[in-house]
Design a protein around this ligand. Structure first.
Ligand SMILES: NC(=O)c1ccc[n+]([C@@H]2O[C@H](COP(=O)([O-])OP(=O)(O)OC[C@H]3O[C@@H](n4cnc5c(N)ncnc54)[C@H](OP(=O)(O)O)[C@@H]3O)[C@@H](O)[C@H]2O)c1
Length: 243
């Protein structure tokens, strides 16, 4: 089995890759725009799990390169984990549209661009699994993060539709909705709703694949926390200024 991590330096992506390496003896491809770091991670993973780990250059916002990137992959993946993403500061995005645009492009447009190419291949083959890392943030817009949330809401709906499209072919799409996972993306931030340890996030992603799930939250409590947040009446939500 071959597992491709798009955004190969993602800490959650690597935590999931470790699960596939450990439990399935999977061959891993780390696709990243930072090749030095990806090469180091590949060596580390390969040494730790005694599996082949490759690297490939990939930039989610370089849309024109995506078809060539996928065509040149050898071996081709059976499982793709779309882990790339950025979280720019909300207030800076309000002042500087380029910051908002960068985030919307990386998190949503880049995902659509590369996943459509992979989906076409998996659909034709009638097998393969795409695992998309969206976010609980996309379930309710809040003043503190609504531009990031919009990119993730778009991604969640995109993945829903892609799953619906691919279902008859046998190819699968799994949507992962992590809550707060302490990685470099959220360094210096805290969460009111608790956090999911990185190894648990990786384990939950692997388990979702193993059990053929369609959509999961990481950690055990997030499903219930998000049910409560989604159901806060809008008139009350508007007065909750610390969210
Ligand atoms: N951590 C959380 O609390 C949390 C919660 C909900 C959802 N998520 C989502 O889970 C995914 C993984 O996050 P993480 O916590 O593992 O964060 P992370 O460690 O910061 O990983 C994100 C990776 O995305 C890569 N990336 C960004 N823009 C890219 C681009 N244009 N092309 C290629 N790669 C790009 C970055 O690569 P470089 O190394 O080159 O910068 C980075 O390594 C993200 O989509 C994130 O939005 C995370």
């Amino acid at each position: 089995m071959v597992v491709l991590i798009l955004g190969g330096n993602s800490e959650i992506g690597i935590a999931a890759a470790e699960q596939f390496a450990n439990n399935e003896r999977a061959e891993i491809i780390l696709a990243s725009r930072n090749m030095e770091e990806a090469d180091n991670k590949a060596e580390e993973l390969s040494r730790k799990y005694k599996i082949p780990v490759h690297t490939a250059a990939f930039d989610a916002r370089d849309y024109d390169s995506h078809q060539g990137f996928y065509d040149e992959l050898d071996p081709r993946p059976d499982v793709v984990i779309q882990a790339f993403g950025i979280l720019n500061n909300q207030k800076e995005c309000q002042k500087d549209f380029q910051k908002a645009r960068q985030m919307l492009e990386a998190n949503l447009v880049g995902a659509v661009s590369i996943l459509e190419i992979i989906a076409a291949d998996f659909e034709e083959k009638g097998e393969g699994t795409i695992i998309g890392l969206s976010s609980v943030a996309g379930e309710r817009g809040r003043q503190s993060s609504y531009i990031y949330a919009a990119s993730k809401a778009g991604l969640t709906v995109y993945l829903d539709g892609l799953r619906h499209r691919l279902y008859p072919s046998g190819a699968q799409v799994i949507t992962v909705l992590p809550g707060f996972v302490p990685t470099k993306m959220v360094a210096g931030r805290t969460s009111k709703f608790g956090e999911t340890p990185l190894p648990i996030a990786g384990r939950d992603i692997y388990k979702a694949w193993k059990k053929g799930r369609h959509k999961i939250y990481t950690g055990s409590k997030m499903r219930w926390i998000m049910a409560a947040i989604r159901n806060i009446p809008e008139s009350r939500m508007l007065k909750m200024r610390d969210l």
